[in-house]
Design a protein around this ligand. Structure first.
Ligand code: ZN
Ligand code: ZN
Ligand code: ZN
Length: 357
């Protein structure tokens, strides 16, 4: 028998576990970052990656602990009903099964990122500008489906994109940022930072310098307190809660969040379900489509999944957030260390160019 490699996919809570086998001759498996709007709004992350499970070598997974979501007439996505982890996507007509790479127990020699697809959906290039090369391999860039679409140059931006910065009175930036999951069971809007954004910290923000906060700065606000801080995280919990190798969060005070019907933020609303990922910390996800929504561990301040945002300037929402580019939080917990190392380098390069501009 030909030699094989064994890999195990597991969700955050451990209810869903799927050991499967890959022929060694097929490794490493090429993987493309998908930046499409559907992946983004079903996951809450900026881009997703998958590998194919060979059906001849593996039985079908136990789908009974997973919630199915038909994200199109072609594809069904499956996430853990308890913790929300995205595990699989199945092409209904062919039965082809792909597994999310963030749930794998190993990726070295198994997963090889080769490029970016559906960049056209991002309008600003999204996370592709942070992931230009991985393990020395330049990543291909496609505006749509791999090899069936136009290549996207580096720093590509949609011509129809609005910048989100006020160049004139007509181009006044929006005062509300809409956020929603793919099924729209979770929908809310975010307002611009204001004085109400200052009281969001673990301790109330003081108007004078204090021993706890000698710099006297609300760290979640940036750009002269006109934008929210956003950053990337590769911790075990974020990776498994989403199903993907890294996540992106924006730090938004609850005072800046308004629900669909105009009412103030409350815990919780719409189709949100929660999973306690550590004592006092909840992961909020959509119980219908499985999108990550919030990391909720502070009374007045939420981490909002950036993939849910509908910013007019593009998926990086740079008219609303300032990206922390010095590191990927908890990069040391990554399973795919080369991917997260490349992301960290890419963020630094991109941040340096941004700050020099
Ligand atoms: Zn689970
Ligand atoms: Zn949903
Ligand atoms: Zn994390």
């Amino acid at each position: 028998m030909a030699s094989t490699a064994s890999v195990t996919a597991s969700c955050l809570c451990g209810t869903s576990t799927y050991p499967f086998t890959l022929p060694t001759s097929s490794l490493p498996l090429p993987a493309r970052f998908c930046h499409c709007t559907t992946c983004r709004h079903t996951s809450g992350v900026l881009c997703t990656t998958y590998i194919t499970v060979p059906p001849d070598l593996n039985p079908a997974p136990d789908f009974s602990t997973l919630t199915p979501y038909d994200s199109s007439d072609r594809l069904t996505r499956y996430f853990c009903s308890t913790c929300g982890t995205h595990m699989f996507v199945r092409e209904r007509a062919s039965g082809r099964l792909i597994v999310c790479t963030g749930v794998l127990n190993k990726t070295a020699g198994i997963v090889q990122p080769v490029g970016h697809e559906w960049l056209g959906d991002t309008r600003d290039g999204g996370a592709s500008d942070w992931l230009r090369a991985i393990e020395g391999r330049a990543q291909d860039r496609w505006l749509g489906d791999e090899e069936k679409s136009e290549a996207a140059p580096l720093n590509w931006r949609s011509a129809s994109r609005h910048t989100g910065t006020a160049a004139s009175a007509e181009a006044k930036p929006a005062d509300r940022l809409h956020a929603h999951c793919h099924c729209n069971g979770v929908s809310f809007s975010i307002s611009r930072p204001s004085v109400h954004s200052l009281d969001a910290g673990p301790a109330p923000y003081h108007s004078g310098a204090s021993a706890e906060d000698p710099a006297n700065e609300p760290w979640w606000l940036r750009a002269n307190r006109t934008k929210f801080l956003a950053g990337t995280c590769a911790c075990r919990s974020c990776r498994l809660a989403s199903g993907f190798d890294f996540v992106a969060w924006a730090f938004v005070p609850t005072a800046n969040i308004t629900l669909e019907d105009g009412s103030p933020f409350k815990r919780y609303f719409g189709s949100i379900r929660t999973f306690e990922s550590s004592p006092g910390t909840k992961r909020a996800f959509c119980g219908v489509c499985g999108a990550s929504v919030f990391w909720d561990g502070r009374e007045g301040l939420l981490d909002v999944a950036v993939g849910l945002l509908d910013a007019e300037g593009g998926v990086r929402a740079e008219g609303w957030v300032e990206w922390w580019t010095r590191r990927v939080s908890f990069g040391e917990e990554a399973v795919n260390g080369s991917l997260i190392g490349a992301l960290e380098e890419g963020l630094k390069t991109w941040g340096g160019a941004r700050d020099d501009a």
